[in-house]
Ligand binder design. Structure first.
Ligand SMILES: Nc1ncnc2c1ncn2[C@@H]1O[C@H](COP(=O)(O)OP(=O)(O)OP(=O)(O)O)[C@@H](O)[C@H]1O
Ligand SMILES: O=P(O)(O)OC[C@H]1O[C@H](OP(=O)(O)OP(=O)(O)O)[C@H](O)[C@@H]1O
Ligand SMILES: O=C(O)c1cccnc1
Length: 485
């Protein structure tokens, strides 16, 4: 099996629905789906969208190999051989619009919009959500860590604890998008051009007769990048003094030690003591790296304790998004082709939060021209022109509709960009550096109240009057239909 063949990276119900459409001759009917999430992870005020590059690669190469088709034939005796022929000719021929990677995004707004034959739009749901949910989750976790240590070095150390290999490399990439500086995963470095960094493990020290000898040998081998791990035996009595000795020997050879690393104990206390010892020895250029199950909470706490740490190595908590291991992004049908046009569709739920917003929509970021700050995101029908032309629009709370204001002096930034049109890729994937820069710039668009880690303000995501009216009409129509039963 070719592990890069992702056509079967889907849930079986998608293929069963494709089959049922094909069986009834409706497989070419057009449909519009939107991917979005309902709830922000980690009680954060925003999420950082990621996953588009993987989605693009997936769609570009999407086809059913003979091996996959043979497997499907074996799995389901109902599949007609002519359906398998339709799979043989399968390509993504639809349109896909998406938010760009690194963009700050919010709940209940379309992040990806797919307009395609139902046959195609249905198949891709699972993979698309899989990529978007994981990468957006990790980029958001990384953004929180960046938020509490905006001026420090941030190293992604998670691979050994990640949920397998794909999670390690795409998680490393997502972390870099959100402002991490390097990863320890060398393959992620090679695949994506992320800077790589590494210190050494306790094993290096254990593997020598003395700690001092271990440090000397390591510094001799890697004199230009050396970071020494000082906590194998006793950080302040043995590790730091030995590191100082080695740094002095390095100076005699015209070299400078990079850092020491602390990986256990009270990181605030140890870092302050170690800093003092290094400074007293004239080694104020030697940095201090800390690791040990860190996340944004421990880092924030350590900083409030005055820890003297310049660089944070963050593994498990980041790569597994330990406090919330999944983003609940969903993919919902919002319109379907009928009688040559589109009709909006809705999913009703007893839980009002789960009622979908119907219609062929797009989303704009309304940026106040005076302040340069984003006021709200505004979801409108694609056919609505007033917002696009900068006309006066009404922003109102979709639940408490009496809370409203009119805005005129704004720039409307359409967040959904064309990525595929009629199956052709029309979007040039930006470099990872550009994505990272885009994310950094995005943060300037928002007041800090929305970005803080603890109890952020809720940023408004509003519906246009037309979208809101359409949603209410469909809710009433469905309730009306139920009332008649
Ligand atoms: N001063 C501090 N304030 C708050 N949290 C700290 C402080 N120092 C360390 N921590 C964190 O507390 C936790 C300590 O975990 P734990 O007790 O398992 O580590 P340890 O015993 O020092 O080392 P080991 O990993 O070898 O067991 C880690 O998550 C660490 O990052
Ligand atoms: O704590 P995390 O945030 O997950 O960061 C990665 C951890 O992985 C390493 O420990 P490990 O015990 O695996 O190996 P070591 O022998 O190098 O310490 C490293 O020392 C960190 O403590
Ligand atoms: O380079 C390091 O220090 C490192 C890398 C991976 C995991 N823990 C530490």
């Amino acid at each position: 099996m070719n592990v890069h063949d992702l056509a079967l990276h889907t849930d079986k119900y998608q293929i069963n629905m494709m089959y049922a459409h094909w069986f009834h001759g409706t497989e070419n009917q057009k449909s519009i789906f939107e991917a979005f999430f309902r709830k922000l992870p980690f009680k954060n005020g925003y999420a950082v969208f990621a996953g588009l590059e993987r989605i693009v690669e997936y769609l570009k190469h999407l086809h059913f190999s003979e091996e996959s088709i043979a497997y499907l034939a074996e799995q389901e005796e109902n599949y007609d051989p002519k359906f398998l022929d339709a799979l043989r000719n399968f390509r993504f021929t639809g349109d896909l619009y998406s938010v760009e990677e690194g963009t700050i995004v919010f709940p209940n707004e379309p992040l990806v919009r797919v307009e395609a034959r139902i046959f195609e739009a249905q198949l891709i749901e699972t993979a698309l959500l899989n990529f978007m949910n994981y990468q957006t989750l990790i980029a958001t976790k990384a953004a929180r860590i960046k938020q509490v240590a905006p001026n420090d070095g941030l190293l992604e150390f998670g691979t050994r604890r990640a949920q397998e290999a794909d999670a390690a490399v795409w998680g490393a990439r997502a972390s870099y998008v959100a402002g991490f500086h390097a990863t320890s995963n060398v393959r992620a470095g090679m695949l994506f051009g992320i800077p790589t960094k590494g210190t050494h493990a306790h094993a290096w020290v254990q593997d020598h007769d003395t700690e001092e000898e271990a440090f000397e040998k390591f510094a001799e081998a890697l004199p230009d990048t050396v970071t020494l791990l000082v906590d194998t035996y006793d950080t302040l009595k043995s590790g730091v003094p030995h590191a100082i000795k080695v740094a002095k020997h390095m100076e005699q050879r015209g070299k400078r030690m990079g850092s020491i690393r602390l990986d256990s104990g009270d990181l605030a206390y140890l870092s302050k003591q170690a800093r003092q010892m290094l400074d007293d020895a004239g080694l104020n250029y030697v940095g201090i790296v800390a690791s040990n199950d860190l996340d944004e909470h421990t880092i924030l706490h350590l900083k409030s304790e005055g820890a003297k740490i310049n660089t944070w190595g963050v593994g498990t908590q980041l790569i597994t998004a330990a406090d919330q291991p999944s983003l609940g992004g969903v993919y919902k049908l919002v319109a379907r082709e009928k009688d040559g046009g589109y009709v909006p569709t809705i999913k009703i739920s007893g839980n009002p939060e789960k009622i979908t917003t119907p219609g062929f929509k797009t989303v704009y970021r309304i940026v106040n021209k005076q302040t340069g700050k984003a006021e709200a995101d505004y979801i409108a029908l694609v056919s609505e022109t007033d917002v696009r032309e900068g006309g006066r629009i009404k922003l109102f709370d979709p639940v408490h509709t009496y809370i409203h204001k009119f805005v005129t002096e704004y720039e409307a930034q359409e967040l959904l960009k064309p990525i595929f049109v009629a199956g052709e890729q029309v979007y040039e994937l930006p470099s990872l550096q550009e994505i990272r820069k885009h994310h950094e710039e995005q943060k300037n668009l928002f007041w800090p109240e929305y970005l803080r880690v603890l109890n952020p303000e809720i940023y408004p995501v509003d519906l246009s009057q037309k979208v809101w009216d359409m949603k209410m009409r469909l809710i009433h129509e469905h309730h009306g239909a139920d009332d008649k039963k």
